[in-house]
Design a protein around this ligand. Sequence first.
Ligand SMILES: [Zn+2]
Length: 377
Amino acid sequence: MISEDRVRELAGHRGSCVVTSCYLDVDGRQHPRHADYEAQLEHLLREAREKAAGFGSEAVRSVSGDVDRIRDWVRGGFDRSHVRGLAFFSCTADGFFEVVESPLPVTNGIAVNLTPHVRPLEAILQAYERFAVLLVDRQRARLFRFELGELTEHTEVFDAVPRGEAQPGHPAQGSRGSHVQRHTDEIAHRHLKHAAEVAFNELQQRPVDHVILGGPSEVVAELEGLLHPWVRDRVVARLVIATTAGPDEVRQAALSVEAAQTRRSEAALVQRLRDAIGTGTGGVAGLEATLAALVERRVDVLLVSDGYATEGWRCRSCRYLGPRGRKCPVCKNVMDLVDDVVEEAVEEALANKCRVQIVRENADLDVLGRIGAVLRF
Ligand SMILES: [Zn+2]
């Protein structure tokens, strides 16, 4: 399965020969028959062989082995109920072969390069932050986890109001009635406190980035006051949704909150970059300045507009990246032309443990040159 650690590990792979990176969309809703995506795969694999030719005979042999191995894996069959995209990273010469199964679709593509092409995986991970959905009413609470577009598990808390006490349809009367009402309010309050504790414990064990609350608005408001600050600080949305909601309804609600949250985080980060540039030393924008900062290991967060790709140069000996070749300005050795220096920059940043943010819809970053970095120092 796909994870941040796995992507970083892949980004850090350095072998003796080229790596074939192959992304295949196997989404059952788009390709109901195996033959559909198998035909797509053949196109991609042909492309891989063509690309290998540019790297010499050893690469051609290795990629030929990659092609066979990827084809065999796909024909061997896999569980399509939870897998909508596949990513293969193979270098037969080094005996390296990794398959990443994605619960989200990927765009078909193939790359043959000295390092694995991991940007699409990184984009998937970022697009789907971890959420918890906590649904409550006066006697029931349900906690869901929402990761990579799917609800993954849930915990249930049920504190029944004792039978005959202020159930709907039992209107309470007089002073005895208000006493009963107070009593059931106390029980409901204890239940919400219990739910808040369970949520905190669960989310301490496996943390999330954001919390969505759902239920009748007055119950949600009471619950929010009882939440541990760690949980409360992560609340990004309050929805009117029943505790009896089906998984699909909960998932749809989480998806829409998530889309809004992603846009907000991206905008905040681009603003942080603009402010950093404004200080004169805290940030850089544009390809040349950003690549230079990366080589100098000054990057804290790398921001890239989704889909931005451009040719550039990489030094064989010192790994310097630059927009112009062919002589390395650092070590004076010969540099190689690379199809997409932006991809190289992302891999370099991941390998150096920088945060990388692929920004989907932000005109401000486009104006800055589609790439930029907030600097460490
Ligand atoms: Zn160099």
